[in-house]
Write a protein that binds this ligand. Structure first.
Ligand SMILES: [Zn+2]
Length: 211
């Protein structure tokens, strides 16, 4: 996909997330690797519903701002994923309500708060999605913590803040963020009712079959 096509797809997918309430106001940011080795990322204080393809921030391979509007102040969490995961082609960060609700619960397993309830959650998000301790938004100190967690996880949940999700492509990352929000909804609906989850063998089978 060319950079122009990536810009247009980013605007379209961001608008779709905004229209369906996955993001409100200027919350959330999205980045994608470009064919020249750089990155596109949504600008600071921009709304996912009103992006201009020509003004999206362009970063070089070292994450220096080279074109477009000033990048999101949350760029460090994106960089943490790209440097930890060679397979990450895009990163989506949202403040989506139900995943964020899970990140605020005191009594969940911080190593993996959402159990494998459905196959698509496992296929899109993976075996494990840890919670990362709270950091003030934009605090550069979060980068090393996210980087360490991202080595073993395609997605993390920032405590009292929201999810950061990677994918091989922009479409993969957006679909994974959407699947995560739906999994959080199921998890919250089923709390206290001892739901049947997928077995470790079923999870292994999914990951062996679909990667
Ligand atoms: Zn945020």
């Amino acid at each position: 996909m060319t950079e122009t096509q990536l810009r247009d797809l980013l605007v379209k997918m961001a608008d779709s997330l905004f229209a369906r309430g996955f993001s409100v106001g200027s919350a959330g940011n999205i980045s994608v690797r470009t064919p020249d080795g750089g990155y596109l990322i949504t600008p600071t204080n921009s709304s996912l519903g009103w992006l201009d393809a020509a003004r999206i921030s362009k970063l070089d391979a070292d994450f220096r701002h080279v074109d477009g509007d000033k990048p999101s102040k949350e760029v460090v969490m994106h960089r943490a994923f790209y440097t930890a995961r060679g397979d990450a082609g895009a990163v989506v960060h949202l403040h989506s309500t139900l995943a964020t609700a899970v990140s605020c619960l005191p009594d969940v397993d911080w190593n993996n708060p959402i159990p494998p309830l459905t196959p698509y959650f496992v296929m899109r998000v993976g075996r494990r999605m840890p919670i990362i301790a709270y950091f003030r938004p934009g605090n550069p100190a979060m980068e090393s913590t996210i980087h360490a967690a991202a080595k073993n996880a395609r997605a993390v949940l920032l405590a009292n803040h929201g999810p950061v999700v990677s994918g091989k492509t922009l479409t993969d990352a957006v679909y994974a963020a959407e699947e995560l929000e739906e999994a959080a909804k199921l998890f919250l609906m089923l709390r206290g009712s001892s739901p049947r989850t997928l077995t470790p063998g079923q999870v292994d089978d999914l990951l062996e079959t679909f990667g």
